[in-house]
Design a protein around this ligand. Structure first.
Ligand code: IPM
Ligand code: MG
Length: 358
């Protein structure tokens, strides 16, 4: 079996973190007798000049005919002034998610033992955290109608928050299924005291709950969820929420793990899934061998788990990462006293070494 992986390095630290993840996947291939065929394609700001657009047709075509997509990060201040459809985020990342039908973004918030004291939150608070955030990814404010119009005194800008019953049902079902395989606690996060879309969201979740009686369903307002996440994160098992709330809450939740540089993600729902770190392109530290590649490496583990059904290889990557952290190697974002500062490449090399030694 040959697995075809589309590799989209993107902008900023994208290329360097993706190289490390590819290196780790190659080590997995060697260890587990798998065959990966990597094909690279351009995406994001870096390709706007050459292609006139941040998401060339050929890149989408390559993704569609691959078995999975590995993406680094896109965007940077030099492209922020462009019209919205040509900006890397709105012109490439969001359409790519939509074109591939990736309606569910899974962001596992896993705290590695060695990093308990790397979080700015107290050990007693973060210890034992293990949350799966399921963020709806192709609806809500991100994709609703947007407009601007002139009005006396200036302009009026509108973003629309739209959700339909089928959209909520499919993400809800996935969340209940996931929770039923875990600790069976599902927090559905909304703002039903204010938003109509959240009231529909709540109704659909309640209806679905009838089919999953063994899962405890807890509705929580998003403001309260933001507070509970840093107050008592252990109460959460699976969180399901709409696109924008999920974007915000996962950046917040990443701090429980030590750094956003640790947060992996899998965007699933279509034929071809996409794996990318939850963080951005960090242009300020690009090409300095300072970026933490672990979120991307852990995203590669999710690829093995969800797209290739190879739990053994996925778990091996996660174990190798834990070992590297136990041995004290740290990129600057998770540096702690007594640990050894390591660059992007060295972290990748260490993970490979541990993986092959398992
Ligand atoms: C993320 C990012 C993106 C998002 C940006 C880059 C458009 O923040 O994947 O969380 O908001 O979805
Ligand atoms: Mg985000």
């Amino acid at each position: 079996m040959v697995y075809k992986i589309a590799v989209l390095p993107g902008d900023g630290i994208g290329p360097e973190i993706v190289s490390e993840a590819v290196k780790v996947l190659q080590a997995c291939a060697q260890k587990f007798g798998l065959t990966f065929k990597f094909r690279e394609a351009p995406v994001g700001g870096a390709v706007i000049e050459a292609a006139g657009h941040p998401l060339p047709e050929e890149t989408v075509a390559l993704c569609r005919k691959s078995d999975a997509v590995l993406l680094g990060a896109i965007g940077g201040p030099q492209w922020d002034h462009l019209p919205v459809e040509r900006r890397p985020e709105a012109g490439a990342l969001l359409p790519l998610r939509q074109k591939l039908g990736l309606f569910a973004n899974l962001r596992p918030v896993i705290l590695y033992e060695a990093l308990i004291d790397a979080s700015p939150l107290k050990r007693e608070i973060v210890e034992g955290t293990e949350i799966l955030v399921i963020r709806e990814l192709t609806g809500g404010l991100y994709f609703g109608e947007k407009k601007r119009q002139k009005i006396p005194g200036g302009e009026q800008a509108t973003d629309t928050l739209v959700y339909t019953t089928p959209e909520i049902e499919r993400i809800g079902r996935l969340a209940f299924e996931s929770a039923s395989k875990r600790r069976k606690v599902l927090h559905s996060v909304d703002k039903a005291n204010v938003l109509e879309s959240s009231r529909l969201w709540r109704e659909v979740m309640d209806r679905l709950h009838d089919q999953y009686p063994d899962v405890e369903l807890i509705h929580m307002y998003v403001d309260n969820a933001a507070m509970q996440l840093v107050r008592q994160p252990r109460q959460f098992d699976v969180i399901v929420t709409e696109n924008m709330f999920g974007d915000i809450l996962t950046d917040q939740a990443s701090v429980l793990t030590g750094s956003i540089g640790m947060l992996a993600s899998a965007s699933i729902g279509g034929k071809v899934a996409l794996y990318e770190p939850a963080h951005g392109s960090a242009p300020d530290i690009a090409a300095q061998n300072k970026a933490n590649p672990l979120a991307t490496i852990l995203s590669a583990a999710l690829m093995l788990r969800y797209s290739f059904n190879h739990e053994k290889a996925a778990a091996a990557i996660e174990k190798a990462v834990a070992q590297v952290l136990d041995d004290g190697y740290r990129t600057p974002d998770i540096m702690q006293p007594g640990c050894r500062m390591a660059g992007t490449v060295e972290i990748g090399d260490r993970v490979v070494e541990e993986l092959l030694a398992l």
